[in-house]
Design a protein. Structure first.
Length: 536
């Protein structure tokens, strides 16, 4: 289980989740003599803290904090992993474990809450919902537990073993007791793949893990059999992941020998040029790539390669601009270090990495601000294969800019705050599936019972508003009225995700998603890109 906060932009989470792109495990080299002098100063300072500080300190906490502080003098993405977080990072990259399939997070009041579930997992099947609080595991109360305490007790070494969990659900007076079997939890990066319109496939990549290429090819094969002749590849809010998977995904749409990405650093291992090693399976499929301000790292490698080779039309917002090579080193006591060792460039030579400010605050909050056009010095100018102008120095700029930071919508700041605070996820807890007889549903006090194909009504939106007022939200009446279509889309999406699965949720959302709907109109231009390239 990995901890995740819906309120933090996906790109900001790159600091922890996506700092492993291009991961290369190794041992640190012997420290040079000049460093040893400074090392002795550090050891003396540490000894003084342990000996003389006003309170007893945890040496591990002090040392880990000092390492983190050291890295913060370098760049926003070099990261230290203590043994627990390093093990979690490795598990995330591996993509599977024995558990029940939930993501949890500790709240300010100390409760450990379920923030998301993996579809089809044991937790999903027994009816655990987002916002459920883990009240007990077995006969032990979970009061005062950390997320690590919960993880340790829920996970197990054996598939098929069971764990007894008691959950506390908003609106339900008593604890809901459940017996949940453990299973191998496969973390997937392609959770949705369907025909968004006749002949037009839609595939959304959540991130880049070690199974991404396999999942993508299986999805494309399925869609081709269903009649796909054009494709929307959705990389919005994709924070990145493994370099080799970004290369493999790009290769799927390119021909042998075409450059994909290059990297350059100080050490020999951080210099390299990566090209398509074989002809891709879909080198001439008309392609539109959706990106937004939270598309980062590996997402930018793929979108940059598609743009530079005139292979696909990029639609959406300027991407985050994170293109540092992170080499992951295993250091002592099972701790790890993700250290920036190089920078990436697109095939045309564009720098993807966006400059950062001294404190990183402006850099990391990029996704919270509306985008504005910026001037481009001539030094950033590059050309695609067919001679189109493109610019580097700060993310991948789309061929067609369409603001849409929240699932393709561009709502008011008030409504974005509601989204960030999980208001729509909370409201989805008032819905249950019609005919659901599970133990969790039996104790539900849900207001609505819905079946596939249901619609959000004005009365439901009015109920949402009353809930917000009851929670003492100060309603911006003008913003609320203007954003009703957004509210309806988010309510349906979150309820569908809870009750009917992510593919059903995304399928219904794309019908009203402004960016996705606009992308459908760009395939003639995407086709002309392919012809333009051939006629160069």
């Amino acid at each position: 289980m990995n901890m995740r906060n819906r309120g933090i932009p996906a790109a900001a989470l790159v600091v922890v989740v996506s700092a492993v792109i291009g991961g290369v495990f190794g041992r640190l080299a012997a420290t040079e003599d000049r460093v040893m002098t400074r090392y002795r100063i550090y050891v003396a300072a540490l000894a003084s803290v342990e000996r003389d500080y006003a309170e007893v300190v945890d040496p591990a906490q002090v040392i880990y904090g000092s390492i983190d502080g050291m890295l913060r003098t370098l760049d926003p993405h070099s990261t230290f992993f203590d043994p627990k977080s390093f093990a979690q990072m490795q598990e995330r990259q591996k993509g599977n474990y024995y558990g029940i399939g939930i993501t949890i997070q500790q709240q300010l009041n100390g409760d450990v809450m379920v923030t998301s579930l993996f579809e089809g997992t044991p937790a999903y099947r027994v009816g655990i919902r987002r916002n459920d609080v883990i009240a007990k595991v077995g006969n032990e109360s979970a009061k005062g537990w950390t997320t690590e305490d919960v993880v340790k007790r829920i996970k197990g070494p054996n598939k098929g073993s069971t764990v007894a969990i008691g959950i506390r659900r908003p609106g339900v007076d008593s604890i809901i007791d459940l017996i949940v079997p453990r299973d191998e939890i496969h973390i997937v990066s392609v959770r949705t793949a369907f025909l968004i319109a006749p002949g037009i496939g839609y595939v959304r990549l959540q991130d880049f893990i070690d199974t991404t290429e396999t999942e993508l090819k299986a999805s494309l094969k399925k869609l081709t059999a269903a009649g796909m002749t054009r494709l929307i590849l959705d990389l919005r809010e994709n924070p990145g992941g493994e370099l080799n998977q970004a290369i493999a995904v790009s290769n799927t749409f390119l021909k042998r020998g075409q450059p994909i990405v290059s990297m350059k650093g100080r050490i020999p291992q951080s210099v390299g040029n990566f090209v398509a090693e074989k002809d891709g399976d879909y080198p001439s499929l008309p392609l539109v790539v959706l990106v937004n301000r939270d598309s980062a790292s590996a997402s930018e490698i793929v979108s940059g390669a598609m743009q530079d080779h005139d292979r696909g039309l990029i639609v959406g917002e300027t991407t985050f601009g994170k293109a540092l090579v992170q080499s992951v080193f295993l250091i002592q006591e099972e701790a790890g270090l993700a250290l920036t060792t190089a920078y990436y460039r697109t095939p045309s030579g564009r720098i993807i990495q966006r400059p950062w400010d001294a404190t990183f605050d402006e850099y990391l909050t990029y996704g919270l601000r509306d985008q504005t056009s910026r001037p481009h010095p001539e030094s950033e100018l590059r050309y695609t294969d067919a001679g189109r102008k493109v610019y580097g120095g700060g993310g991948i700029e789309p061929d067609h800019f369409l603001p849409g930071p929240v699932d393709g919508f561009n709502p008011s700041l008030f409504s974005r705050a509601l989204y960030a605070r999980s208001a729509f996820i909370n409201f989805a807890g008032h819905f249950i599936k019609a005919g659901d007889t599970s133990p969790a549903a039996a104790k539900s006090v849900a207001r609505y019972k819905v079946a596939p194909g249901w619609q959000v009504t004005d009365a439901m939106v009015a109920d949402l508003k009353q809930d917000l007022l009851a929670l003492r939200y100060k309603i911006d009446e003008a913003a609320f009225a203007a954003d009703v279509p957004f509210y309806k889309a988010m309510i349906r999406f979150e309820v569908d995700a809870d009750l009917f699965g992510m593919e059903e949720a995304r399928r219904n959302l794309t019908v009203v998603d402004p960016q996705a709907q606009k992308a459908l109109g760009y395939f003639d231009e995407a086709q002309k890109l392919l012809e333009l390239k051939k006629g160069k």
